[in-house]
Design a protein around this ligand. Structure first.
Ligand code: HGY
Ligand code: MN
Ligand code: MN
Length: 415
């Protein structure tokens, strides 16, 4: 392999900053919700860059994009990398985007060095990884991995009832390729850690060995709207009082299952949301995470029992639905070793780490040997417009990705 081959960090940084102009927020973050015009604009830019880098583009029926760089033998299964371009409403410039553009930088670097790999190399953009506009998260890599069927994927609707299938058509990313059902030699995803550990431990590379399991819930509490003035306290069916007790309990369950448990109520809608009407209905979501399936089940039981109790005591009707369960993930030993070797060869300080966040790699791990590469982010902050990472760390992660991909794709030695 070309001695001392490395990526061009400045070019990666420029591409990240160029992409960040699309859906840029006033506070320096990104807002490109899945399948919005901003998401389309970002996708179009990525596709144009990949074509310039000499790749073919394939789009499947979930709108997943695959930039394909031919190998010496294209009958061999591809080595794939990639992540997502959709963001949270007040997201950062690096979550997902780094993994996609690091993959692009690898393609550009292979072209620069005129390297021929044995296996084809692909960079993927997975549709709606965030699960913010359309729940659940990682739904399109989930369809690719056979966890969900295509109809389920297309029928995911946002809070206005607009479906993914409708939006894929509207933005022109309703591709023809079948979703999944094909072999991959390996899949790697580069991502910012989105937590504080690497920065605190002063490590440049996180060798991701495992990822948290997740359970997501939707709870609707229905009481009775009434006048805030004449209605005696004892006669109220106040849905927000019930919801606030559940919010407190979710937080307690998180602490009760420490270490490693995470428990969040991120979305709450109070109806009619009027200052002098007793709330008749509240819709809220719960997000549980834990690396142990047994603890995740225990948290599930604690929540169900408490919610039933609160609904009874507050005289509320309750609709309680677990809308998503993704079990804890153990990544492939060979891919983890390839990432660790890439860090060692390049001389980057590194450590093994468990991912608190979910990633498309968690689902692709079911159908291909998979590994992940983490780099630090400032103060461990993510899903926040202040999300930040250094050009040096991002280039380091991209170099490790380059070497992990070559480790699996094989290089055709020049004659
Ligand atoms: O929720 C997650 O872990 C990811 O950001 N979708
Ligand atoms: Mn992400
Ligand atoms: Mn995210």
């Amino acid at each position: 392999m070309k001695k001392n081959m490395h990526v061009t960090g400045d070019r990666l940084w420029e591409s990240l900053m160029e992409m960040a102009k699309i859906g840029a927020t006033a506070k320096g973050g990104s807002c490109r919700l899945a399948l919005t015009d901003e998401d389309k604009e970002g996708r179009d830019l990525f596709v144009s860059w990949c074509r310039d880098a000499g790749c073919d583009i394939k789009i499947d029926k979930m709108g997943n994009i695959f930039a394909v760089r031919a190998g010496e033998d294209n009958s061999l299964p591809s080595v794939m990398t990639g992540s997502h371009l959709d963001t949270q409403p007040t997201g950062g410039k690096y979550d997902g985007v780094f993994g996609v553009l690091a993959g692009l930088e690898v393609l550009r670097t292979l072209k620069d060095y005129d390297v021929k790999t044995k296996h084809p190399v692909e960079v993927a953009v997975w549709t709606n990884e965030e699960g913010s506009r359309f729940a659940p998260a990682m739904v399109s890599s989930g369809v690719f991995a056979g966890v969900f069927d295509l109809e389920y994927g297309h029928s995911r609707a946002d809070l206005n009832g607009v479906t993914m299938g409708q939006e894929l058509k509207r933005i022109g990313y309703d591709g023809n390729e079948e979703v999944g059902g094909r072999d991959l030699k390996a899949f790697f995803e580069a991502h910012i850690e989105q937590g504080p550990i690497l920065e605190f431990e002063e490590k440049t590379i996180g060798v991701v060995t495992d990822a948290n399991g997740q359970r997501w819930y939707e709870i609707t509490l229905t009481g009775q709207e009434a006048h805030a003035g004449p209605t005696p306290m004892a006669r109220r069916k106040d849905a927000l009082v019930g919801a606030s007790r559940i919010v407190q309990e979710v937080n307690r369950i998180g602490f009760d299952n420490e270490p490693n448990a995470c428990a969040t109520v991120g979305l709450l809608e109070c109806r009619p949301n009027s200052r002098n009407t007793i709330p008749g209905e509240v819709f809220l979501t719960v997000d549980f995470r834990h690396p142990s399936d047994e603890s995740l089940s225990r948290m599930d039981g604690q929540l169900r029992e408490f919610a039933e109790k609160v609904a009874k005591e507050q005289g509320l009707e309750m609709k309680f639905e677990q809308i998503w369960y993704s079990h804890p993930v153990k990544f492939n030993d060979n891919c983890v070793a390839a990432v660790r070797k890439g860090a060692e060869v390049a001389g980057y300080p590194h450590m093994d780490i468990v991912s608190g966040a979910g990633h498309d790699a968690c689902y692709i791990n079911r159908v291909a040997p998979t590994g992940m590469i983490f780099v630090p982010c400032e103060n461990g902050i993510s899903h926040n417009e202040e999300e930040a990472a250094t050009p040096e760390d991002l280039a380091a992660g991209c170099n490790v990705l380059l070497h992990a991909i070559l480790d699996q794709a094989g290089v055709v030695e020049e004659s």
